[in-house]
Design a protein around this ligand. Structure first.
Ligand code: MSP
Length: 475
């Protein structure tokens, strides 16, 4: 039977910065879901990458003293590929918007819409925030500043090409209402719908006159394609074979681009919208907004010096409810690391393997499980809940049910006290625990792939070796 495809994406990240917990958040989330779908037998196509064009990138190159922006982006990209490798991200394709194939694709795509009469020339007069790479409405500013970047936007007047976004207002309402384009969480869907119902959509500028670094507009080489249009098209330029995407994972800051501009650009050329867009919340660090200017960014390369990849992948998702905003603190993740990983999971695995070695020389065939006694652990139900939670992208819920099982297994040891039982009871208790640990190892696979594989190998048999601590305690 042919495998069903599953096309999942992350936003492509501005490579002038290095991967930090914000960018890792979406990327790890996508990886967990990709691994989960693979385990379910889907043929997964997981795409991520970097966004390399635009005025912001050119400015960053200039600040770095590198004249050739492409050279600058070539240097930057490795921060992403390295961090993602270190975090065990199993992407299938890594796109760079400077890839020649992508550049050509963007030009052809826009040329088609231009021919259809959906693009026209006009003059743009307005305010532009370089941090957002976006024209801002005065209403969006706070004290004349962009609230996201705390900086005054530039005043710009230039000739641009405009896309007739205003033609798509009703169509967008229809596809979102009918869930042809499913926006989640529900609160985000409501916000997008209420915006579409209450505000008249204005046409958007899709090119820049005074920005050199970018893809040239094919019918007018004096203009450069607006970097957001260029960036959004990454999903199609490298993923057309799998289109429509099953899931775009994004942060709530870029909903308008993904739920309004992007589907309209697709409809303009006769493509289906993505099936589903899930927007996660933002997190703060110890109550403060994470930003370069605040100097409180946690870079992945630094976090990896303290925690192994598996721990990071677990901790971020246990700490924060994915759809909502949340706070992150180095202190609370340390506590959680010690409690959930070093104690609950680590101890369970270590105690059981040590007892097996002590009482049965590690021989798996010396012990036996009892299906009747295992019933109380509700393994089948937990798998069902796990599937449900991950389909709904509720990572914390999935982790909660796995950890309830771990707690139950630890309590089972305490209650049964194998160290003071007779040999036939010991056989049964340890036999059951081996079964449970094997299930747990499989359940944690999408979250903690290395630990999962280690436990699976350790508990495969025929002879289980005593294990060292999976997660050494942090003081
Ligand atoms: N290049 C655009 C995306 C183009 S997609 C066609 C962009 N890049 S970005 O590097 O600025 O950020 C991308 C994503 O990083 C955000 O949508 C968000 O998912 C994530 N985050 C950045 N900071 C974050 C937090 N503090 N918290 C959670 N996620 C954060 O926008």
């Amino acid at each position: 039977m042919k495998k069903e495809n599953y096309f999942i994406t992350t936003p492509i990240y501005y490579s002038n910065d290095k991967p930090h917990i914000g960018s890792a958040y979406t990327t790890i989330a996508a990886d967990i879901l990709a691994r989960w779908q693979r385990a379910k037998g889907r043929r997964v196509y997981f795409q991520t990458g970097v966004d390399e064009h635009g005025a912001k990138m050119a400015k960053a190159a200039e600040i770095a003293g590198i004249k050739n922006v492409k050279e600058f982006t070539n240097k930057r990209v490795k921060f992403f590929t390295e961090s993602w490798n270190n975090l065990d991200i199993t992407y299938d394709h890594f796109i760079r918007t400077t890839d020649e194939k992508h550049e050509k694709y963007v030009q052809n795509y826009l040329a088609k819409i231009w021919k259809k009469g959906e693009i026209y020339k006009g003059v743009y007069k307005g305010l532009y925030c370089l941090g957002c790479e976006e024209f801002k409405d005065r209403k969006e500013l706070v004290d004349g500043k962009c609230p996201l970047h705390n900086s005054k936007p530039q005043s710009i007047e230039e000739t641009n090409y405009f896309f007739k976004l205003s033609n798509y207002q009703q169509k967008l309402i229809d596809i979102i209402k009918s869930d042809d384009l499913r926006i989640e969480p529900q609160q985000r869907k409501n916000e997008v719908l209420s915006f579409l119902k209450n505000e008249k959509l204005a046409d958007i500028s899709i090119s820049r006159e005074k920005v050199e670094w970018g893809i040239k507009v094919p019918w007018d080489k004096t203009q450069t394609v607006y970097c957001w249009v260029d960036a959004l098209l990454n999903y199609l330029s490298a993923g057309e074979k799998y289109w429509p995407a099953d899931l775009h994972l994004i942060g709530k800051d870029i909903i308008k681009f993904h739920c309004i501009i992007w589907p309209a650009l697709l409809l303009a050329n006769g493509y289906q919208p993505p099936k589903r867009v899930f927007a996660h919340g933002f997190f703060t660090l110890e109550g403060k907004k994470i930003s370069k200017t605040m100097g409180n960014i946690i870079y992945i390369e630094d976090l990896l010096k303290t925690y192994p990849s598996d721990a990071i992948r677990y901790l971020i998702f246990k700490e924060i409810y994915f759809g909502q905003d949340g706070d992150f603190s180095l202190d609370s993740i340390k506590q959680r690391y010690n409690a959930d990983l070093a104690n609950n999971l680590g101890n369970l695995v270590q105690r059981v393997s040590n007892m097996l070695v002590k009482y049965f020389d590690g021989q798996v065939d010396q012990v036996e499980s009892s299906a009747r006694e295992l019933k109380q652990f509700e393994i089948v139900e937990i798998w069902e809940k796990l599937d449900q939670s991950l389909n709904q992208i509720k990572f914390h819920e999935a982790l909660k049910v796995i950890w309830q099982l771990i707690d139950k297994a630890n309590r089972y040891i305490e209650e049964k006290k194998p160290w003071s039982s007779d040999v036939s009871s010991q056989k049964l208790i340890l036999g059951n625990l081996i079964e449970i640990i094997r299930e747990i190892a499989e359940m944690i696979l999408p979250f903690m792939p290395n630990i999962s594989t280690n436990i699976q190998n350790q508990f495969k048999g025929p002879r289980i070796k005593a294990g060292s601590a999976l997660f050494p305690r942090k003081e």
